[in-house]
Design a protein around this ligand. Sequence first.
Ligand code: OGA
Ligand code: MN
Length: 292
Amino acid sequence: MLTVTPTTETFVAEVTGIDLTRPLTPEAAAQIDAAMDTYAALVFRDQALDDAQQRALGEALGTIEATRATVDAEKSRLKDKTLNDISNLAPDGSILAADARRRMFNLGNQLWHSDSSFKAIPAKYSMLHARVIPPKGAPTEVADMRAAWDALDPEMQEKIRDLVCEHSLLYSRQLLGFTEFTEAERASFAPVQQRLVRYLPSTGRRSLYLSSHIGRIVGWQVPEALALIRDLMEHATERRFVYSHQWRVNDLLMWDNRTTMHRARPFDDKKYPRDMRRVTIMDVASTLAQAA
Ligand code: OGA
Ligand code: MN
């Protein structure tokens, strides 16, 4: 029997009584979906998954994203293309050099974001699994975008309710001064439009759809747009909306990208390995096709 126990944060629960290395039954998948709606992130401890088992978990919950949105994806360590390599490791297992292009690109994970908000059909759930963790530090933080929406004053809600933003990896990486993209990367990372406020029929709640990938608001002057986005980001990531996940090996953290943002926190990544792998399932449509 699967048990869902809330943590001290209202939007995060720990799930016990389930072995994710075994095929997920339709009943368990439905229970996980229901828990993801009630909460917005779930913690599963002591799940010794291998790549195939992690992939099967994703397949049981939805359609896994087909493309890996990173630079030099062909140089990935992981053979299975349905897994994203969230590590600081090179294909030979060594720690990436300080000036490695992948390392510099991956540092963008330290900016608050929602996975794949820069894709026309963005991500639904992300499932991040810890294989190797550094001796200290490197938690992952998750912020509740439903509570952040609820806490906005009605005038601000009215002002932003129907806005459409442009998201791109080029924008988020530019925030950290990473601008060396090839022409092919620029083309594949071309901006996509998403609503700033989402409504989830299964919960009846709205949420702010923020991400560091946002670089424009349609119809707005750029500085005006970015000043507003920065204000909303500050509001939405106040500590009262944030859960900090302290990793143990074989933890699986699942978050809903439709209703949360997350970010990596720094650690001594030139000294210690950190091997995390992520399977991500797609949402059903662009947010533009969803009711406000
Ligand atoms: C991710 C991500 C954060 C982390 O896997 O999408 O942003 O702490 N990870 O590694
Ligand atoms: Mn991410």
